[in-house]
Design a protein around this ligand. Structure first.
Ligand code: ZN
Length: 122
């Protein structure tokens, strides 16, 4: 699989918690290494994809090497196949009979030491 193919399957936008400003919609085609402001996709090379899947979730992790700061970070996408509804009584009682299956995606960003830097959603 070539680099271009990998970028094609990585979500382009996501909602990431950055500092204290809450969730922000940002482009994921940027370097997440602190201090590096590289947003040039030509200098961001996806070098590895790891994928695990079970009944509950699909996890796709991309290692991306930044040619600007010469470090590698990881973008990890967890797609939860079923999100259990809370047992708490819902405010809207009319929804109780609905057994809807929701799917949702969680993004984790790790630095080159595997330390979690950001958490977000896509
Ligand atoms: Zn960088």
């Amino acid at each position: 699989m070539t680099e271009k193919d990998l970028w094609d399957e990585i979500p382009y936008m996501g909602y990431i918690a950055l500092g204290r400003r809450g969730m922000e919609k940002i482009e994921l085609t940027q370097c997440f290494i602190p201090g590096c402001e590289n947003k040039n996709i030509e200098k961001l090379k996806p070098i590895k994809k790891e994928e695990t899947e079970d009944e509950v979730k699909l996890v796709q992790t991309y290692s991306i090497h930044c040619e600007e700061c010469n470090k590698t970070f990881k973008l990890s996408f967890e797609t939860l196949k079923k999100v259990a509804r809370k047992k708490k009584r819902s405010i809207d009682e009319n929804n109780d009979d609905q057994n809807e299956i929701l799917s949702m995606g969680v993004i984790y960003v790790f630095d080159d030491n595997g330390k979690k830097m950001h958490l977000g959603f896509f």
